[in-house]
Design a protein around this ligand. Structure first.
Ligand SMILES: [Zn+2]
Ligand SMILES: [Zn+2]
Length: 245
């Protein structure tokens, strides 16, 4: 429970960025995987120090440390969390029949190791620290504010509106500026007598989805199709291959 609580606490620090469809996720390992997707540094220990720059843009010569945060990371979760699950249940008939017994000495040792780690996390002078560079946009489709973290070392990320599903490519242009390109496509009416175009979001491109053309009032439907064309120079003396015809 301590490992779960620490992981959920961590997730709460990312609540603006956590996809609502993942709210049902409860296994700490899976929650941590979602967090790592948001911020690759989320399960790393970090230290914070402050100092006054003497020259703008040049690190201060004297820094004062505010402390280090110890984080319950994916490695520890992988090592201990699932292993503990084995002790939650009474031994199955099969393992009793096979003569397996619970090694309580080993179990206690594992619990002590976890307790020590959890104490270190909880006694960190810095707790649940997330620092990042963010870019914001009001969704052009629904107006919902979107906040996207730009992980260090990355200049291009994909952002999604949690309200309407619209997606964007966010390009970091440096100096606090970023460009948001909506994933939209211009689609022309499929009628040969009409060339009216509508704008469709990438997430709306689904087989079976239909719309009425605002110009000719005809109905368009997205379908999956294979187009076949015969080879241009078919050899006359080719012999048919063995097998299916
Ligand atoms: Zn939206
Ligand atoms: Zn049309």
């Amino acid at each position: 429970m301590a490992m779960e609580a620490l992981t959920y606490d961590r997730a709460a620090a990312y609540k603006d960025e956590f996809p609502p469809q993942e709210y049902e996720t409860w296994q700490p390992r899976k929650v941590m995987a979602v967090l790592l997707d948001i911020d690759p540094m989320t399960d790393k220990d970090s230290s914070i120090a402050i100092g006054q720059e003497e020259k703008y843009g040049v690190s201060a010569p004297k820094m004062t440390s505010l402390g280090t945060e110890k984080v319950l990371g994916l490695k520890t979760l992988k090592k201990h969390y699932d292993a503990l699950g084995n002790y939650l249940h009474v031994q199955s008939l099969k393992s009793v029949r096979c003569g397996k017994t619970v090694d309580f000495i080993k179990f206690r040792k594992r619990c002590e190791e976890i307790a020590k780690f959890v104490s270190n996390v909880l006694s960190s002078p810095v707790y649940n620290c997330t620092i990042g560079v963010f870019s914001n946009l009001k969704c052009v489709e629904c107006g919902n504010p979107i906040r996207k973290r730009i992980p260090s070392g990355e200049s291009e990320v994909t952002a999604k509106c949690f309200e309407c599903g619209a997606t964007y490519t966010v390009v970091d242009e440096g100096e606090g500026k970023s460009q948001w390109a909506p994933h939209q496509h211009e689609i022309e009416c499929a009628s040969t007598n009409c060339s009216h175009k509508i704008v469709v979001w990438h997430h709306e491109l689904e087989v079976g989805r239909r719309w009425e053309c605002p110009s000719c009032k005809g109905e368009n439907t997205f379908v999956l199709a294979i187009n076949f064309k015969e080879a241009p120079n078919q050899s006359l003396n080719s012999t048919p291959e063995n097998g299916a015809n």
